[in-house]
Design a protein around this ligand. Structure first.
Ligand code: GDP
Length: 311
C-alpha cells in the first residue's frame, strides 16, 4: 500500500466539505478541521503533534480572508501543505562534515530497525559523493551483527574495522577512529548495539561511545513502522545522549506515515515541559531508507513529502 494513501484520502474529505464556500470562516472550518485531525490520528501521528498542527492550521485559516481567484478549499490545502513542510523540518537537513580530520557519524537505534544496513548504505551514499569511508563494528553483543557489517562492507567496497566481541564498544570506536586517521579516511561510520527497548545499559554505553568519539553526527535510526512512538523515541534519545538527526528506514513498507510526521516535533509532553521548563523537541530527519538494496538511501525532502501526502 502507498504509505500516505489513507492520509491523502482522509485529508481530501476535509477539502471536499469546503466546495461551494465563498470564504474560510470560523464556522465552516469546524468540520474540515475535524477531518484533518482524524486523518492525522489514523495515520498514527502522535497526539500532541496533531493538536498543535490542527490549532495552527485553524488559526491561519480563520485569518486568511478572501484571496481573489483562490477558492477556500485551495486556501486550506495551501495552509496544510506549508504546515506539513514545517512539521517535517522545513528545509532539507544536510549531513554535517568535520572541518578537519575524519567526520565521525555515530548511529544509534533499537534492534531490527535497519541500523547495520544503514551503515553500509550511508557509506555507499557518501562514496558516490567522493568521500572515503570506513565502518566500525561496535555492536559487540551480536557476533552476527559484526559478520553482517563485514559482508555489507565488502558489498559496497568499504573497509570495516572489527575487534571481536571482547573489547568494549568505546574502545573499538577509539581504535577504529585511530585507524581511520592513519588511513586518512574522510568519514567513519560507527555501528552500535541496539536493544528491543530503550534501557539504561544501552544509553550508558552510547554515552560512553559518544564521549570517546566526539562525533560530528549522532543519528538515530528509526523504523517507519514505529509510527507515533517515533516522537517519544527521538525525544528520549535526544535527552539522554544528544542526537543531531534521524534516519527513517523502511519507507517502502506499509507504515501509515505517522513516524515521518512525528520525529521532528518530538514528544513535547507536558510532564517533560514541566521538568525542563522548555518544550522538548525531536530532531530533523536527514535521510530515508526505501528498501533493502544498498542504493536505497536518499535525503529527506519535507517539501516533496508534503506534496506526496496531499496527493
Ligand atoms: P539492525 O538490527 O538495526 O542492525 O537492523 P538490520 O540492519 O539488520 O535490518 C533489519 C532488517 O530490516 C533486515 O532484514 C534489512 O534488510 C531490513 N531493512 C533495513 N532497511 C530497510 C528498508 O529501508 N526497507 C526494507 N524493506 N527493509 C529494510
Amino acid at each position: 500500500a502507498e504509505m500516505f494513501g489513507q492520509l491523502t484520502s482522509g485529508l481530501e474529505t476535509a477539502w471536499n466539505k469546503l466546495k461551494g464556500e465563498e470564504v474560510l470562516s470560523k464556522e465552516n472550518i469546524v468540520e474540515p478541521m475535524r477531518d484533518i485531525r482524524r486523518a492525522l490520528l489514523e495515520a498514527d501521528v502522535s497526539l500532541p503533534v496533531v493538536r498543535r498542527f490542527v490549532q495552527s492550521v485553524s488559526d491561519q485559516a480563520v485569518g486568511v480572508g478572501v484571496i481573489r481567484g483562490v477558492r477556500p478549499d485551495q486556501q486550506l490545502v495551501k495552509i496544510v501543505h506549508d504546515e506539513l513542510v514545517k512539521l517535517m523540518g522545513g528545509e532539507v537537513s544536510e549531513l554535517v562534515f568535520a572541518k578537519s580530520g575524519p567526520t565521525v557519524i555515530l548511529l544509534a537505534g533499537l534492534q531490527g530497525v535497519g541500523k547495520t544496513t544503514v551503515c553500509a548504505k550511508l557509506a555507499n551514499y557518501l562514496k558516490k559523493q567522493g568521500k572515503s569511508c570506513m565502518l566500525v563494528a561496535g555492536d559487540v553483543y551480536r557476533p552476527a551483527a559484526i559478520d553482517q557489517l563485514s559482508i555489507l562492507g565488502k558489498q559496497v567496497d568499504v573497509p570495516v574495522y572489527t575487534a571481536g566481541t571482547d573489547v568494549k564498544p568505546s574502545e573499538i570506536a577509539k581504535q577504529g577512529l585511530e585507524e581511520a586517521k592513519r588511513k586518512k579516511i574522510d568519514v567513519v561510520i560507527v555501528d552500535t548495539a541496539g536493544r528491543l527497548q530503550i534501557d539504561k545499559t544501552m544509553m550508558d554505553e552510547l554515552k560512553e561511545v559518544k564521549r570517546a568519539l566526539n562525533p560530528t553526527e549522532v543519528l538515530l535510526v528509526v523504523d517507519a513502522m514505529t509510527g507515533q512512538e517515533a516522537a517519544a523515541l527521538v525525544t528520549t534519545f535526544n535527552l539522554e545522549i544528544g542526537i543531531t538527526g534521524a534516519i527513517l528506514t523502511k519507507l517502502d513498507g506499509d507504515s501509515r506515515g505517522g513516524a515521518a510526521l512525528s520525529v521532528k516535533e518530538g514528544n513535547i509532553a507536558d510532564f517533560l515541559k514541566d521538568k525542563l521548563g522548555e518544550p522538548v523537541s525531536g530532531k530533523p530527519i536527514k535521510l530515508v531508507g526505501r528498501g533493502e538494496r544498498m542504493e536505497d538511501l536518499e535525503p529527506f525532502y519535507p517539501d516533496r513529502m508534503a506534496g506526496r501526502i496531499l496527493g
